[in-house]
Ligand binder design. Sequence first.
Ligand SMILES: [Zn+2]
Length: 509
Amino acid sequence: MGYQKQALNRDRILGPTAPRKRFLSNTSSESQSSNRKDVVSELHPLTNQSDNIRLLDYELQVKRRFDEIVPLLKRISALQHHNDFIPQAQQLAKSVLGFELPQYILEKAWVRPLDMRALFAWCVFQAHQYSSNQFFNSDPLHGSEKTQPANDFQTFLSQCGFHLLDVTPCSDGRLAHSIAYVLRIPFSTVRRRSHAGALFDVENTVNRWIKTEHSRYRHGNPNSPNDDTRYLKVVVYHFSSLSPSHQGCAAHGSDDSKAAEAGYQRLLDFRESIEKSFCCGASVDLLLIGLDTDTDAIRVHVPDSNSHIDLKKWVSAMEIYEGTRNLTYKDSIEFIEQKIDEKSPGKTQKGIVAFITKIIVNNISQIDYVRQAHNGAYPDAGHSERFIGVGIGFKEVHLRNLTYFSHLDTVEEGSPDLDVGIKIFKGLNVSRDLPIPVVIRFDYSGKVPGAKARAIADCKRVNNAISIRYKELVNDGLLHTCLTVRDRDKKGSAEIVGSSLDPAIKEEH
Ligand SMILES: [Zn+2]
């Protein structure tokens, strides 16, 4: 679907004839040089173009794996009554998708129509697994632990006065790339957990705060308790500048002022919980960010030194983009700092000003990313996620509209988030007679005895609850699940521990 269009737009960045390496290595021919000149002249001076190229390559590569599934299955469907159907289908799948299809499904093609729904779900799960392996094996986003970018950002955070950055975006797939793309923060330096409407769980977050403080007192990690630093909790709500009343946040009825207000209230509740539950002046810092899902431009509600936020005021990265197009780097930074100060004159801590300045500078690269690859606004203004991710984990998912997240321990507790996801996928997939692919994930700590077995049991428990809650869809072959676990203490990828497509399970339905 969107891939071919995106591929064309990749040419807008690299130049239609310029091979990527030559473009990047600055050894291009005259015509390629002029291509580059045109492209560069369109860019904002603060934009990091080499990062943009790397990020676009990664996005196209991963999404292509998912978007080639339907065209391939159409070709395979047309072959199903050929004599040498199975070898032909396998060869085609291997050459296009990089993997073979499950033999036991293909073998039934002579006696009944090929189960295209099962094949579709199977291919989505394979594409996810392939991407997960690639992510953990080769760090394509350059954001994993102990790398230079991660170390640098952690040092910067400390200098700003923060020891832990905890971000909650909305679970909408259009915000799944908030960390690595929109804010350009190394993913290993952030705790990210998405929730519908960005309404994070206060008790869970208090527990995370306690764990963080414990680690500081016990191990001096991430820094000593004597250092005067704080836990920074950020909420990212969203809105649509092009279609404000239709493509905003579903959890808040596409009303961005409601989304901002609800996010801010949740932040205040979290701070109050910490301050009332713990002594010695314990507190946290708060930040509220709005994301325009059409352009990826952010707006930041500047807090005063008491984390008080005026919901009607914000610093707009898009306005800063326009206002700094002709400035030097130094003047741009001064311009941004001045804009931040105007929102809360003399009342904002220096550390938070430095942090906001950095994410706005980073966001300028992302604004150019969307301008160059998508003419300034995404073609998929609404939902077009490829699968639902349920459970705890998914550290590897950092692409827009790839995954609808439903972070939960139990289906009962997470049902509002999951119901929203199922509703979205009824529109995206079931309306086309395609199944809803659900990847269940539970991360565990390999250091804890029995943790892996418990994570597998959690997967099965959630899988069972899903098959009861969405019984009709499951019985019609319109919802398939893939169960995965991952040791969060290791760099390795996720491991598949079961699937509704396993032959024995499938026969039951
Ligand atoms: Zn939302």
